[in-house]
Ligand binder design. Structure first.
Ligand code: DC
Length: 219
């Protein structure tokens, strides 16, 4: 079973993907980390983000495991990743490794911006997780506060709006829900309720064909 989870920054898609992966015992790939890690290589090498050849080399050189999440998770890296992710050549360089991950025996859960539309258009289940920018900014601010950071809510909201705008308007693989994705608006849901709603979507999708198969069994 392949589950594609997409959505804007701080929508909670990562938490949902992790929980679903645990629940179903499936491997999980947070594809945002690929763009974050690519941006990090460019920063560490002192390269400009307009250096397409260096960005492609950085993307191609990534291993899909052992990301230093502490180094990559910060808001500045989110902004840097969004810029790198707007380079079509970088996206193309990362397509095949994501698809190979999805093809693992037994399936996988991937979360990002273009999983249901470009990376796994034939995924068994597609969920587009969303919430208002204000709700997402509040959650992100609380998360940062919890990590001991000094937080300016207005700046967090501005960062989220800017990323939404860039991710949704880039030329290749812009952020959007696949036509056959279920939209999960978590604005009024807490983590537990969001997980239950997502689980419900997955179970309905994977159980319905089985029920039909049983109904169509030998007379
Ligand atoms: O999900 P995230 O916040 O870690 O993603 C960081 C940036 O990477 C995001 O602003 C856009 C980009 N991204 C993307 O373009 N496609 C993906 N599949 C995942 C992330």
């Amino acid at each position: 079973m392949i589950v594609a989870i997409d959505g804007p920054a701080a929508s909670g898609k990562g938490t949902l993907a992790r929980r679903l992966a645990q629940h179903f015992g499936l491997p999980h790939l947070d594809t945002g980390l690929l763009y974050r890690a690519t941006a990090r290589v460019l920063i560490d090498e002192g390269r400009d983000f307009s250096d397409v050849a260096a960005a492609v080399a950085a993307a191609r050189g990534l291993a899909l495991i052992d990301f230093d999440e502490k180094l990559l998770r910060g808001p500045e890296m989110g902004e840097a990743a969004s810029r790198v992710a707007a380079i079509p050549e970088v996206r193309e360089a990362l397509v095949e490794s994501q698809r190979a991950f999805a093809r693992r025996p037994g399936g996988a859960i991937l979360d990002g911006r273009d999983i249901g539309t470009i990376i796994c258009p034939d995924a068994d289940v597609k969920i587009f997780v969303t919430a208002t920018p204000e709700t997402r900014a509040t959650r992100r601010a609380l998360e940062l506060k919890g990590q001991g950071a000094k937080v300016d809510y207005a700046a967090v909201l501005e960062d989220i709006r800017k990323r939404d705008e860039r991710d949704a308007t880039r030329s290749l693989a812009p952020l959007r829900a696949a036509e056959d994705a279920e939209i999960l608006d978590t604005t009024k849901l807490d983590v537990e309720a969001s997980f239950k709603a997502a689980l419900d979507i997955v179970e309905k999708k994977i159980l319905v064909p089985k029920v039909h198969a049983r109904d169509a069994g030998p007379a």
